[in-house]
Each structure stands twice: as C-alpha cells, then as structure tokens.
Design a binder for this molecule. Sequence first.
Ligand code: FES
Ligand code: FES
Length: 157
Amino acid sequence: MRVRFELNGKPAEADVPARTTLADCIRHELKQTGTHVGCEHGVCGACTVIVDGAAVRSCLTLAVQAEGANVTTVEGLAREDVLSPLQLAFRRHHALQCGFCTPGMLMTAHALLTEEPDADPDRVREVLSGNLCRCTGYVPIVAAVLEARAAYRKGGK
Ligand code: FES
Ligand code: FES
C-alpha cells in the first residue's frame, strides 16, 4: 500500500505491505534510523515518535495509520546542525549511557514539554515511566528534562 505523511517537516511516501509498522517504515523504507526498536511489544518506549502531537509507540502503529499525519522522529529535533535545548540538556547532564533508549526518551519528553512546559518532577517521572532505560540512568534523564522546561516555556524547542 502507498502511504504518505509528513516526516520531520518534509513529505514522505513509501510503498509497504499493509502489516508494516510505522517503525519499520521509518527505518527501512525512509532510512531514518534514529528511531530504535527494542521490545516490539509496546513495553520499552524506544520506538516512540510523535504523530500529530502525540507520543506513540511506532512498533504498535501501522504505517498506514500515519497517512496524512505529521510525524516527528528524533532526527526532527535538531535544527540544521544545532541540537535542540532538550538534546543539549541531555548532553549537559550525561543523560545517556549506551544511548539505546535515548531517542524514545527525547521524543516522549518533547511531547510532554510541548504540552506541559511546567510539568513538575512527579509528572516528568510519571510520563517517562513508560520508557525503559536498560542502563538505568533515570536520575540524569529526569534532571535534563526538568532543565529543558525553561526553553519550552519560551517557545524555543
Ligand atoms: S520497541 Fe516499541 S515499545 Fe519497545
Ligand atoms: S542509556 Fe542505555 S538503555 Fe538507556
């Protein structure tokens, strides 16, 4: 089936079997491999992307469900070669170890702070609890997200 959507602000289209997940479509057909695939069961959150403003598990979403939508992946966060404030906060706080969970963490946090730039620490922890870090580096991840709130309040994402 032919599917068309906007990927990181640019038109994208692919011809995929109806059963193809959005994660596989993005990674294999559209060659954007920043989105990681871990459990493929909706548990780990590594595959999180943003579809029309909502953080979704791309391993549980069919590519055809994204028809006509705006899809943002981790590749869409930076502007040219400049990391986004959220990415810079992750770097400052050393909020990654192996980095496998990082794209999903970033996209979950980006969706949260876009909607709730005043999210308090409990709210940040609650939302990030859907993303698993095998390296268990949750403390710096939460610290980075909390620091990045200031940029979202100013609208500078
Ligand atoms: S790969 Fe999608 S939730 Fe784990
Ligand atoms: S940094 Fe290794 S899984 Fe999170």
